[in-house]
Design a binder for this molecule. Structure first.
Ligand SMILES: *Cc1c(COP(=O)(O)O)cnc(C)c1O
Length: 398
């Protein structure tokens, strides 16, 4: 399938680009220039580094999960990059802090964001409170009902949560609404997009802000073991935590990169790379869940943060070139891994991150098991998932 011509570059192979209405182009061009200048400015980088350290909690630790490794590692060492220990509970704050600083630098006093499970909304609300920016988070009505503790957190942090009643009333519709809000208010407003998706320059900005994960992890892994991991594994929703950790290892040809998509259940899945086809959603050309008529299909996962029908364009390119491989883990496997890490290590992982752990557990039952150390990006903690009735251990567990 040939890609349509994009308005301008910002491409990963055939993927990426900017498929947006004319009214959005000046904002995207302004943003691209502002980010390039900020990223080149030592003062901006120094302020971001200080906030990452003193506010966000970086560097996050690298931890060897010995008991999980003994039971589920099949003889290989299993190491965790502890993004769960970030302020607000996941890697999302890396992106929100950087973009909120950028908004202030651009003189935009108002920020809009989209959120599904609420994690990106909470991280963005926190960053805006910190920097004194007005914050409006667009969120589907269905998600607001499902994720009410995060709605409460955003409100406590001073954000206005704006309900979205269109379409499926979930993340896809909230994203469309955030884009509409930005178009209408682009003079005063910055849109903090939450993953490596959307029109250029967002996939690049978000990857650069999340690359701190892979940069730290590579140095920490070398310091702890004297070598590099054999395999790096991360879950893939929009793809930002995976690209964040992959970025540190892309040039290391011997390190295998594995992205784990949500295989879901009989109710559906979110495997855009594994089972989707290229198409355009939210201004970018990438793999997408769509029907034969090109209509976007609803995504499903037990992990709300993986519940998005698209995926970042750079992942499409990594898949096509074979530099990364993408596999699926279903809801049941992810729940089993969620319980396993909790009991074996005293760490309650996010359901999203549990997909990466479950891939390790399954892979190591299939000969030949991996023998080189495995590095898992533990993208977030599971506190947000505790109200979820789906968390009961799978049957047969005494
Ligand atoms: C949002 C989220 C994800 C999925 O988003 P990516 O952009 O694919 O990283 C994964 N894990 C956690 C904990 C999240 O909050």
């Amino acid at each position: 399938m040939a890609a349509p011509e994009p308005v301008v570059a910002g491409r990963f192979g055939p993927y990426g680009g900017r498929y947006v209405p004319e009214t959005l182009m000046p904002g995207l061009i302004e943003l691209e220039a502002a980010f390039a200048a900020a990223w080149d400015d030592p003062a901006f980088r120094a302020e971001l580094d200080a906030l990452r350290r003193d506010y966000g909690g970086r560097p996050t630790p690298l931890f060897r999960a010995r008991r999980f490794g003994e039971v589920h590692g099949g003889g290989a060492e299993v190491w965790l990059k502890r993004e769960d220990l970030n302020h607000t509970g996941a890697h999302k704050i890396n992106n929100s802090l950087g973009q909120a600083l950028l908004a202030r630098r651009m003189g935009k006093r108002r920020v809009v964001a989209e959120t599904g499970a609420g994690q990106h909304g909470v991280a963005t609300a926190a960053a805006c409170a910190l920097l004194g920016l007005e914050c409006v988070v667009h969120m589907g009505e269905v998600d607001m009902a499902r994720q009410s503790p995060n709605v409460e957190r955003m409100r406590l942090l001073g954000a206005r949560v704006s309900p979205v009643g269109n379409g499926s009333r979930t993340l896809k519709d909230a994203t469309s609404e955030a884009i509409r809000d930005w178009v209408a208010n682009v003079g005063t407003t910055h849109y903090i997009l939450g993953s490596t998706v959307g029109p250029h320059p967002y996939p690049t900005i978000v990857r650069e802000l999340q690359a701190v994960i892979g940069d730290e992890a590579r140095a920490q892994f070398l310091a702890a073991t004297g070598r590099l991991p054999g395999t790096v594994v991360a879950c893939v929703g929009g793809g930002s935590n995976a690209l964040g950790i992959f970025s540190g290892f892309l040039a290391d040809a011997d390190v295998a990169l594995v992205g784990v998509e949500a295989g879901g259940s009989a109710a559906g899945h979110s495997a855009a790379l594994g089972r989707g086809a290229p198409g355009i959603l939210h201004g970018t050309y990438s793999y997408l869940l769509q029907d034969d008529d090109g209509q976007v299909v609803e995504a499903h996962s037990v992990a709300a943060g993986l519940d998005y029908p698209g995926v970042g364009p750079q992942h499409g390119h990594l898949k096509d070139t074979g530099r990364a491989v993408y596999e699926e883990v279903d809801d049941r496997e992810a729940l089993a891994a969620f319980h396993a890490l909790s009991r074996l290590e005293g760490i309650i992982p996010a359901l999203e991150s549990s997909h990466a752990l479950a891939w390790v557990a399954r892979r190591q039952t299939r000969p030949p098991a991996l023998t080189e150390p495995i590095l898992v990006n533990l993208s977030g903690r599971g506190d947000k998932d505790l109200g979820d009735r789906q968390l009961e251990p799978a049957g047969g567990n005494p």
